[in-house]
Ligand binder design. Structure first.
Ligand SMILES: O=P(O)(O)OC[C@H]1O[C@H](O)[C@H](O)[C@@H](O)[C@@H]1O
Length: 478
């Protein structure tokens, strides 16, 4: 392919943001945004952008380096996948939050839109399972599906000590050891973790497991394009170079200084202004099964990054938009009523796929039944996108801010763009909200409590104390 052709195809595959329906002229004065408001705040967004670029220069924005600095890691990941993909029928990720959601999003988008239900493998590759909970019934049901001799586990934890992940690891380790013997445990595990924190690295070394590393300057929820997300992708036949190429392409777009040419800047400012106008809920609604789990991934990114008690100066602010996931067209029939007529507290972001890989015709039948016969004149791609347009029009009519991210088609290149776009937008939003978008003290408090209660000494006494604590009123236990 010549360089020109490449540019052409990249341009054709560019993910775009349509913001028409956030403006007053489309949805009405009361709830729409005035263009003037964007103009008035534009300089703040530009300043936020400059801060991010400066932080990137200083090596503080690890996620921005990932599309460019991983050639050796990619080669190693590909080689690992090549060596191991035929040896195992199952590849099981043990992780949670940022160590799981990106893996699932990639799988659903690229390999199997029904991944969560069936976990079908691509020809010549193992099936992928991502186990991100500690419900005993769920964990047991998963293990029951696996032949330990044909199963490779990827334990992923940046901190190397998350209780959920490490508990699953302990069980998986026993499961494997009983089948293949203690001395061969290491062959059935790959550890993805920080170079020097937590216990996972130490365990990996003791057991002789293969290891991949998560850079220190990349937070868990920004880590999908590190070995966290890339190994399971490579193991299941996903083109990880194209994922990173898509991210690199979007990186170029996001580095653009001109506000109006930079969708991540524009969208971060829109989300910020919407929040200030009382639209404190931010709904992501893909009209695509393949992009459904991307909305789950985004929910963590947006919630943990922006939901904060204090601003950068330490003032108590308790802010953050609440991210909500909805799936089109499915949730038109469950949540849309609320979005149409409920409180004016939401901004909705649709994800629209312009070209579906399948052109599935709706069969023609019952032509004499007026309210049904028309369906057979169309295909499913037309139907789902028409439903999206109809929802958009109805929201406009009811003065509900909405916008659309247009995805030319779902593949590795566009998925890489989406990951990077939303990460960059989140970093800009953090600047606008004047909070630290890269920490999560609230979650850590919960983690510490778990450790405090569950930790080595006196579990039963602490549990009893918690259950009998004065704050608990028996009358309120219904
Ligand atoms: O990768 P780990 O260190 O195991 O962390 C897994 C998850 O733990 C916590 O919930 C953090 O708030 C998340 O951001 C993180 O993704």
């Amino acid at each position: 392919m010549s360089a020109d052709q490449k540019v052409q195809s990249e341009t054709d595959l560019r993910v775009k943001l349509d913001i028409n329906n956030v403006f007053a002229e489309m949805i009405g004065q009361k709830h729409g945004l005035q263009r003037k408001e964007l103009f008035d705040f534009k300089d703040e967004a530009v300043k936020a952008h400059q801060n991010i670029l400066a932080a990137a220069e200083a090596g503080e924005m690890g996620f921005m380096e990932l599309p460019h600095n991983q050639q050796e890691i990619v080669a190693e990941l590909k080689q690992t996948a090549e060596e191991l993909k035929d040896k195992f029928d199952n590849f099981v990720v043990l992780g949670i939050g940022g160590s799981a959601l990106g893996n699932i999003a990639v799988q659903t988008a690229i390999n199997d839109p029904y991944y969560n239900l069936f976990a079908e493998a691509r020809d010549g590759y193992p099936r992928l399972f991502v186990s991100d909970n500690v419900d005993p019934e769920g964990v047991k049901a998963l293990l029951a599906k696996l032949d330990p001799k044909k199963t490779l586990f990827n334990v992923i934890s940046k901190s190397g000590s998350t209780a959920e992940t490490m508990s699953q690891f302990l069980l998986a380790r026993k499961f494997i050891a009983e089948a293949v013997g203690e001395d061969r445990v290491g062959e059935h595990f790959i550890a993805t973790t920080s170079k020097d924190s937590g216990y996972l690295i130490e365990i990996a070394e003791r057991e002789g497991m293969k290891k991949f590393f998560i850079p220190d300057n990349v937070g868990g929820r920004f880590s999908v394009l590190t070995p966290v997300g890339l190994l399971s992708a490579a193991m299941t036949g996903v083109d990880i170079e194209q994922l990173l190429a898509g991210a690199a392409y979007m990186d170029k777009i996001c580095r653009e200084n001109d506000f109006w040419q930079n969708p991540a800047l524009v969208n971060a400012l829109i989300q910020y202004l919407a929040y200030k106008k009382g639209k404190v809920m931010s709904v992501m609604m893909p009209y695509s099964d393949r992009l459904s789990d991307l909305a789950d991934w985004y929910r963590q990114l947006w919630a943990e990054s922006l939901g904060k008690e204090v601003d950068r100066q330490g003032n108590k602010v308790n802010l953050g938009p609440t991210p909500i996931k909805a799936l089109g067209a499915t949730d038109q029939h469950s949540q849309a009523q609320l979005y149409m007529e409920g409180p004016f507290d939401k901004i909705i972001t649709f994800l629209e796929v312009e070209n579906f890989a399948e052109e599935l015709e709706i069969p023609k039948a019952y032509a004499d039944l007026d309210g049904l016969g028309y369906l057979g004149d169309h295909n499913f791609a037309e139907l789902i996108n028409t439903e999206k347009w109809a929802t958009e029009l109805a929201l406009n009519k009811r003065q509900r801010m909405n916008q659309t991210v247009k995805v030319p088609k779902v593949n590795e290149f566009t998925l890489g763009q989406l990951f990077y776009f939303f990460e960059f937008q989140t970093a800009v939003a953090g600047e606008l909200f004047n909070i630290n978008a890269f920490n999560q003290p609230g979650v850590e408090l919960g983690k510490n409590y778990t450790y405090g209660i569950f930790g080595r000494s006196g579990y039963q006494a602490k549990k009893d104390e918690f259950e009998n604590s004065a704050q608990k009123n028996e009358d309120l236990i219904l």
